[in-house]
Ligand binder design. Sequence first.
Ligand code: KIV
Length: 271
Amino acid sequence: MSISKEVKRITTHVLQRMKNEGEKISMLTAYDYSLAKIVDAAGIDMILVGDSASNVMAGHETTLPITLDQMIYHAQSVVRAVKKSFVVVDLPFGSYQGNSRRALESAIRIMKETGGHGVKLEGGAEIQESVTRILSAGIPVMGHLGLTPQSIYKFGTYTVRAKEKAEAQKLKSDAKLLEELGCFGIVLEKIPATLAREVAESVQIPIIGIGAGPDVDGQVLVLHDVLGLTKDFHPRFLRRYMDLYDGIKGAVEQYISDVKSVDFPNANEKY
Ligand code: KIV
């Protein structure tokens, strides 16, 4: 039996065992109670309450506008639904950068008010102090390197990161640093697959990829993309498992038509 099937709850220790024994880790985002309940019941190992909620739930162009209070609201809804998965909550833009005291306060609010199991921060050496302070409070921290959407205005584009030697070198040393500081895992987003493999082989902690190829310890995707709820997002790394956009649109069109024609409600659908 797989490790993830044999345990009652996924913990950082279970995730580490999975890496050690070569069992891939599955991770998806969720932002609300109803979908989190389904994702958890399906047996996902980790749920990310991602700041991508800013895009897919609130319709913002970037992840920058979402607030700590809004992340807490989403995380509370998700945690209420979860029985087994390990829930990681993103610290949003402005809640940790350049101020390690604020970083700790933000992380403590997330842990206290949501019941989430850990937090994720974007960046390497530049956020070392924040990571150290949060870890000193006993809060599990996940790193996030490569394409870090909170820095989109610095990058200027959402294209593949770390193709150049200098950036690849910094990414590798940031991954080592995050491991040494005590992070329990790292997300690598949109980087060359060969670089992701090198990183996964060079550190002991689990590396979860998104657009980072197959040779890492697990994969994460945005649930709304996987379900085909988003129509206008087609990165090469995305695999859609459903077309819910058209499915939902068709159902709503049928409902409208049934209401207009008084087909709904019928004799069995009234009191
Ligand atoms: O917010 C998010 O959904 C993320 C994933 C893309 C890893 O950080």
